[in-house]
Ligand binder design. Sequence first.
Ligand code: NAI
Length: 252
Amino acid sequence: MCCTNNELEGRVALVTGSARGIGRAICETLCDRGTEIIVADVNLEQAQETAGQLRSMFHKEALSIEVDVSKIESVQAMVKKILDKFGKIDILVNNAGITRDGLLMRMKDDDWQKVIDINLTGSFNCTREVVKVMLKQRSGRIVNIASIIGLIGNVGQANYAASKAGIIGLTKSVAKEIASRGITVNAIAPGFIETDMTKVLAPEIREKLLNNIPLGRLGSPQDVANVVAFLVSEAASYITGQVIVVDGGMVM
Ligand code: NAI
């Protein structure tokens, strides 16, 4: 699509929520383009396993770190560990996210708060801490994983939609604030992607979804990872504050 295979050689990339799913695919793709990678996840055991597999696949450094992005102390400790090991952070992908679906009238306070804390505050926490580092470097790339649900809303996902719409606002504001420092900030809004998050969809809902996707299939984690690789490449250096929809044409 965009980048020669080792274009990102020597860059240090931090991907949150990357022990599995879309985050893991992003790690694989960035490693394949030459980056050192940090697999940061609340699930340390799975992060360690993923980092181990990346090391043997790509013969590169792959550091696993336990982090809860919703907790600022945890994020600060993560950034310190990365700086101690690599001395810089070139790429941040805010990918960690959860769903706690329920109709508005039945939505528990905790389900609202948890989703906002992890998806939105988590992205804010990581962005603020990593931008401190990127400002000193006068370079950096940030990619936030939003969702088409943040653009169009969804029944039973008021919390998730609000968190993802919030991420889009965060993306645009931070992009404006730090563009002059050589840092770009963009968001990707995936449609329905085959991961553990969507495994739970009932067959009839899946069927209905497919009828609304012009390209006729759910997306793969790789479909999203390819766009991350583009946005952090040299080819995308004039793109900031944008939301790239990766949904097989569902929303247009
Ligand atoms: P997933 O559930 O497979 O993976 C999410 C990862 O985030 C897990 O490894 C989990 O342990 C980690 N995580 C959860 N809470 C965390 C926390 N507090 N701190 C650090 N890590 C944490 O999900 P998937 O499908 O790979 O989604 C990744 C991102 O893509 C999410 O932000 C999600 O909202 C977004 N997305 C997913 C879509 C899909 O259809 N799967 C569609 C649109 C957006």
